[in-house]
Structures are given as structure tokens and as C-alpha cells.
Write a protein that binds this ligand. Structure first.
Ligand code: ATP
Ligand code: MG
Length: 228
């Protein structure tokens, strides 16, 4: 296998609320292949979101090691971690989280504004990305003027704005119907093939699973199986 995009060693996450401890991850050791569509599959509460959050630098492990693209996340300062999240990772969440007062185009520009990309370049790239997800004709629509699936495609375009190494998607088809799920997955496959991006997708959906090239089964915070 070429250099793994994500490598963990005995990753542990314990959430503490006063005296109550929740063991969300109980020692996950994994090497995830670069450039693939990867699925994290497991029952509710098994630790999928926790793992995505740690890979994305939104949360830190309690114990263990996590390297993404060779970077030891536990060694990064807050400032470097913020840069990492902005430049290396694209996020797509289950609950549509576009900014309601902005158009599709403007939503895609937000991460580029944070990355200080000049206005003209930003606009050009946002239009390109909208074309990639097949929504150039919705450019000036606000989220509530689009369907759930269209909004999710805008979220995927936005996740790619700063040309990240990995796109993390937490139940990206959780709120859409079967036809829309198929369409979203077609777009993800297309982007994976054309741009070579790694997608890591937490899902329960058999249609999503089918399109994954590698699946990790998680149960009770542990890796219990892999399917190529
Ligand atoms: N911030 C938190 N504080 C305390 N416990 C948490 C926190 N986040 C998650 N947990 C707990 O950690 C465990 C793993 O949660 P996680 O959200 O990773 O599961 P999941 O596999 O994503 O589930 P789902 O399929 O329902 O989204 C659960 O028992 C959950 O209650
Ligand atoms: Mg979850």
C-alpha cells in the first residue's frame, strides 16, 4: 500500500461528564489508503462521528496516535490545527449546514475567504466547483430555494473549495431520498476519480456502502472488520 492518508495507533477517546465517562473509541489502529472512497460503518453510538472529528482536527484523542497525510495531529498548536482544518480537510455534515442568507456561490466562497484567496480567483473557482456538482444554474439560489440533495451537493462543492487532501462526510445522505442518494454518490465517485481525493464517509446507507472501495466496520468504539 502507498503511504496511508490516515494512520492511527490505539486511538482512544473518553468523554467525561462529571463522574460519568463515555468510552467512544476503545483503541482503534488502522491505516487508511490514499485516494479511495472509504466507508465507516457501524451502529448508532459506535464511534463513527468521533473518529471523523478526530481525523478532521475538530477533537483530540484521549490517548493514542493520529497521523493524517503524515502530520501528527496531537503535536499541532491551535493555530496550526486551524490551518489544517481549513486547508487539508473538507467537511460535509448530515444536517445541511450552509449559511441561509448566502447564495450557493457565496457559500462555496466562504472557506476561500477564510483562506484569503483573492476575490476574482475565488469566484472563478466557486463557479468551477458548482459546475463539477452540476449546479451552475443554481448559482444565485439561497439554500431554502434548493432541494435537500442540491444543498448537499453545494456542501460537497464547498468542502472542496480549498483543495483539501481529504473530504470527511458524516451521513451525507442521511436526509435525502434514494434517487438523491444515488446522485450524490455519483458525484462523489466522479470527484474521487477526477481529483483523486480521499473521501471518508460515515454511513448506514447500503447504497453508499456499495460505492465505497474500502469499508471499516466499527462497533463499540472498536474496529471489528474491514472489507476491501
Ligand atoms: N461530546 C460528547 N460528550 C459525551 N459523549 C459523547 C460525545 N460525543 C459522542 N459521545 C458518545 O460517544 C459515543 C460515540 O458517539 P458517536 O457520535 O461517535 O457515534 P456514531 O457512530 O457517530 O453514532 P450515529 O450513527 O448515531 O451518528 C456515543 O456513546 C456517544 O453518546
Ligand atoms: Mg454520528
Amino acid at each position: 500500500m502507498s503511504k496511508p492518508i490516515v494512520e492511527t495507533e490505539n486511538l482512544v477517546k473518553v468523554y467525561k461528564h462529571g463522574k460519568i465517562e463515555v468510552h467512544a473509541l476503545r483503541g482503534i489502529t488502522v491505516k487508511m489508503p490514499n485516494g479511495k472512497i472509504i466507508g465507516l460503518v457501524g451502529p448508532s453510538g459506535s464511534g463513527k462521528t468521533t473518529l471523523l472529528n478526530i481525523i478532521g482536527g475538530l477533537d483530540m484523542p484521549t490517548k493514542g496516535k493520529i497521523y493524517v497525510d503524515g502530520i501528527d495531529l496531537t503535536k499541532l498548536s491551535e493555530k496550526r490545527l486551524a490551518e489544517y482544518r481549513l486547508n487539508k480537510i473538507g467537511f460535509v455534515f448530515q444536517f445541511l449546514n450552509l449559511i441561509p442568507v448566502l447564495t450557493a456561490l457565496e457559500n462555496i466562497e466562504v472557506p476561500m475567504i477564510l483562506a484569503k484567496i483573492p476575490k476574482e480567483e475565488r469566484r472563478k473557482r466557486a463557479i468551477e466547483l458548482l459546475k463539477m456538482v452540476g449546479l451552475e444554474d443554481r448559482m444565485n439560489h439561497k439554500p431554502d430555494e434548493m432541494s435537500g440533495g442540491e444543498q448537499q451537493r453545494v456542501a460537497i462543492a464547498r468542502a472542496l473549495a480549498n483543495n483539501p487532501s481529504i473530504v470527511l462526510a458524516d451521513e451525507p445522505t442521511g436526509n435525502v431520498d434514494t434517487d438523491t442518494t444515488i446522485k450524490i454518490m455519483e458525484i462523489i465517485v466522479k470527484l474521487n476519480r477526477s481529483l483523486g481525493k480521499t473521501f471518508i464517509i460515515a454511513t448506514h446507507d447500503p447504497i453508499v456502502k456499495e460505492r465505497c472501495e474500502k469499508i471499516y466496520n466499527i462497533r463499540d468504539g472498536k474496529l471489528v472488520g474491514e472489507e476491501a
